[in-house]
Design a protein around this ligand. Structure first.
Ligand code: IDP
Ligand code: MG
Length: 140
């Protein structure tokens, strides 16, 4: 049994439509536990840095503008195989390709406005968790 932590973000399209609770319910029902959480407004600088890995992709500027278009909920999820488990519960990046019952299938508006972010590896999860949270803010 591998207990892991991963970073989850409820994106502006979802906070705007009052879907925070429905999304967290899916994460909790899937066995993940929220061990840190805050609702924040990202600055352009933060969004650019967070998505820097995509800076050469054609969708980068639009993605940054979307991520600052309203508040987000950033949260740390903990559980067995939490990184992969969160990605499973989220569903594929493109909601048209996401499996039934996943967050993106049920709630995403588009490929860009796809309701949630989740770290894609254990190493990136550590980097992304520390981008938003100090150790003392995470309570198992
Ligand atoms: P992920 O969120 O499933 O890990 P990534 O490929 O890391 O997907 O892309 C980061 C985010 O960028 C996506 O969640 C989505 O919001 C946006 N995105 C990805 N590909 C496209 C695209 O082709 N057009 C517009 N937005 C995109
Ligand atoms: Mg990604």
């Amino acid at each position: 049994m591998t207990q892991e932590r991963t970073l989850s973000i409820i994106k502006p399209d979802a906070t705007r439509r009052n879907l925070i609770g429905k999304i967290i319910t899916k994460l909790e029902d899937g066995g993940l536990k929220v061990v840190a959480q805050k609702k924040i407004q990202l600055t352009q600088e933060m969004a650019k840095e967070f998505y820097e890995v995509h800076k050469d992709r054609p969708f980068y500027n639009d993605l940054v503008n979307f991520m600052i278009s309203g508040p987000v909920v950033v949260q740390v999820l903990e559980g067995e195989n939490a990184v992969l488990k969160n990605r499973e519960i989220m569903g594929a990046t493109n909601p048209d390709e996401a499996k039934p019952g996943t967050i993106r299938k049920e709630f995403a508006e588009s490929l860009e406005a796809n309701s949630v972010h989740g770290s894609d590896s254990i190493d990136n999860a550590k980097i992304e968790v520390s981008f938003f949270f100090d150790d003392e803010e995470i309570v198992g």
